[in-house]
Design a protein around this ligand. Structure first.
Ligand code: G4P
Length: 534
């Protein structure tokens, strides 16, 4: 393997071998299939097909609800750990549906890199682009897998150009496809001068790999038809001239993405990609925090909550907080400080997600994801430390794009509704606003589907039928500024003011014009579409 980049040379070996990443892709590009092959090679599952159930469940709304009901599946798939060669991979699942983009954003705060999967026939699609932009905000390193090369696909240069143009990132080929569609026979591994041949007969078989001594090696002709060798020579010559060579540092900085070509369903190119994640993917990275950044090699343990999943078992109102370990070596039973409330918390039943199974986590290192069952103390954005008052930053909450009034079917149950809504708000599933004037709640989400999922979960988990109705407001903004200015503003605009589930002041309106007016008339307050979770 060629040179490997490491920007953190002094990490303990257990931390240095961790790779924590997510897969980003447009629906149908092959994320589920690739995940399954990862787990297969990681020895985490015995048979292909086990992750599939979930991928398919996502397709339609009714199936999606079924999946949501089946908390076990969706939760254990939220984070998966497995070993590959000398590495420990932690794969964090991003929600598939675009309506859950806020959740996706927060998930991406818990990883150090992303694998971008694109369909070789379709190139960069809308959802790929959106997710890529989120990764860019954090300069996350991105490794690219161009999938479905066993089918008719676009010209290799064209695909690479499209990624460079649309995503404004340098692309360097780690492998080069040989033949197209039915004639696709495999790839030339440009990093190791190897020929990788695909076996179409056995989808779970790892590709045959043949060491080649450059393109003039006579062995090439034994495996590749003459016309394809000619084309491969021309292509590689052009590629080496026109495309940048792999620069591991540039990959780590998020300016360059290496691209592997393959076919997830045929298990082809997956191992090379996994090798690539090991070699070029980053080790656990420092975490931005206040008043100081946290480094993974610090001996004191710290971690932060990036996702909360409630009511996994509707009979017990339990929740699991997903915690990304930011530093140190955690051991089961440790007492950590919950920084927001300053209370100690004994973490005695942490869970590790090994593919489809959950097991008690006896230990965890910086970079790992553990689940901590709790009764609501842990919220998204919370930091756990060994005592130091330090708070992880950069986990935002976005203003919702859709607002609706929410009422209990039975008016006597308003209190119950409040409790249920607060629960979902804390889980990050919706924003809940309580208007200063009048009664009831306004619920805000990013996509329409969330209202439906929410309605069904409230009914299922709390036995409470609810109605969503059109709200007179369409936008929500958090009000920031000196307390007296915020109070004066709120008093003068009562009909527009609400409190969010954390008790922060929110301005509701239906006109951009109103927002502009406030900014003009109240120079001491600012209206903002994001808020830091804390
Ligand atoms: P997603 O999670 O990104 O939505 O994609 P998923 O893996 O579910 O794959 C979407 C479809 O693409 C599936 O077909 C899957 O079998 C197929 N696919 C994945 N990788 C490859 C590949 O390398 N080559 C080809 N030709 N197809 C691939 P489906 O018809 O929707 O499902 P199924 O009937 O195969 O289960």
């Amino acid at each position: 393997m060629s040179e490997t980049a490491s920007n953190r040379p002094d990490l303990p070996a257990e931390i240095a071998r961790r790779r924590t990443f997510a897969i980003i892709s447009h629906p149908d590009a092959g994320k589920t299939t690739l995940t399954e092959k990862f787990l297969l090679y990681g020895g985490a599952i015995q048979m292909a097909g086990q992750v599939r159930a979930k991928g398919e469940a996502r397709r339609t709304r009714s199936d999606f609800m079924q999946m949501e009901k089946d908390r076990g599946i969706s939760v254990s798939a939220s984070a998966m750990s497995f070993d590959f060669n000398t590495f420990r991979f932690n794969l964090v699942d991003t929600p598939g549906h675009s309506d859950f983009s806020e959740d996706t954003y927060r998930t991406l705060t818990a990883v150090d890199a992303a694998v971008m999967v694109i369909d070789g026939a379709k190139g960069v699609e809308s959802q790929t682009q959106k997710l890529f932009e989120v990764c860019r905000l954090r300069d996350l390193p991105i490794l690219t897998f161009c999938n479905k090369m066993d089918r008719e696909s676009r010209d290799t240069f064209e695909i690479i150009d499209e990624i460079q143009e649309m995503l404004a990132i340098d692309v360097t080929p780690a492998s080069w496809p040989i033949g197209v569609g039915r004639d696709f026979i495999g790839c030339y591994d440009m990093l190791n001068d190897r020929l990788e041949l695909m076996d179409r007969a056995d989808r779970n078989k790892v590709a045959e790999s043949i060491a080649i001594d450059g393109l003039d090696d006579p062995k090439l002709a034994e495996h590749v038809p003459e016309n394809l060798i000619e084309k491969l020579r021309e292509d590689l010559e052009m590629a080496r001239e026109l495309l940048p060579a792999l620069n591991p540092q540039s990959v780590l900085e998020g300016h360059m993405t290496p691209i592997w070509f393959g076919s997830a369903i045929n298990s082809f190119g997956v191992k090379e990609l996994m090798d690539g994640i090991g070699s070029y993917g980053p080790e656990p990275q420092p975490q931005s925090a206040e008043p100081r950044q946290i480094s993974p090699e610090e001996t004191k343990v710290s971690g932060f909550v990036f996702k909360v999943q409630a009511n996994m078992d509707p009979k017990h109102r339990d929740r699991v907080a997903f915690v990304r370990m930011a530093s140190g070596h955690f051991k089961r039973g440790m007492k950590l400080t919950h920084v927001r409330t300053k209370k100690p918390m004994a973490v005695s039943n942490p869970v590790l997600f090994l593919a489809a199974d959950r097991e008690l986590a006896e230990e965890a290192w910086a970079g790992d994801i553990i689940g901590i069952p709790n009764h609501g103390q842990l919220r998204i954005g919370d930091t756990l430390t060994e005592g130091e008052a330090i708070r992880v930053t950069g986990i935002p909450s976005f203003a919702p794009e859709l607002l609706q009034n929410c009422r209990a079917g039975d008016p006597m149950k308003a209190k119950h509704l409040e409790k249920a809504l607060m629960q979902f708000a804390e889980e990050g599933a919706a924003k809940v606003f309580k208007p200063t004037l009048g009664s009831g709640f306004i619920v805000g989400v990013v996509g329409q589907l969330q209202f439906e999922v929410l309605g069904s979960r409230i009914e299922l988990e709390y036995g409470l039928p609810v109605r969503f109705e059109q709200s007179q407001f369409t936008s929500a903004r958090w009000v920031h500024g000196p307390q007296d200015a915020v109070d004066a503003f709120a008093a003068a605009n009562k009909q527009h003011i609400a409190e969010d589930n954390d008790g922060d002041t929110v301005y509701l309106t239906r006109l951009q014009w109103d927002i502009d007016r406030v900014e003009r008339d109240y120079p001491d307050v600012t209206l903002s579409a994001t808020k830091e979770m804390m």
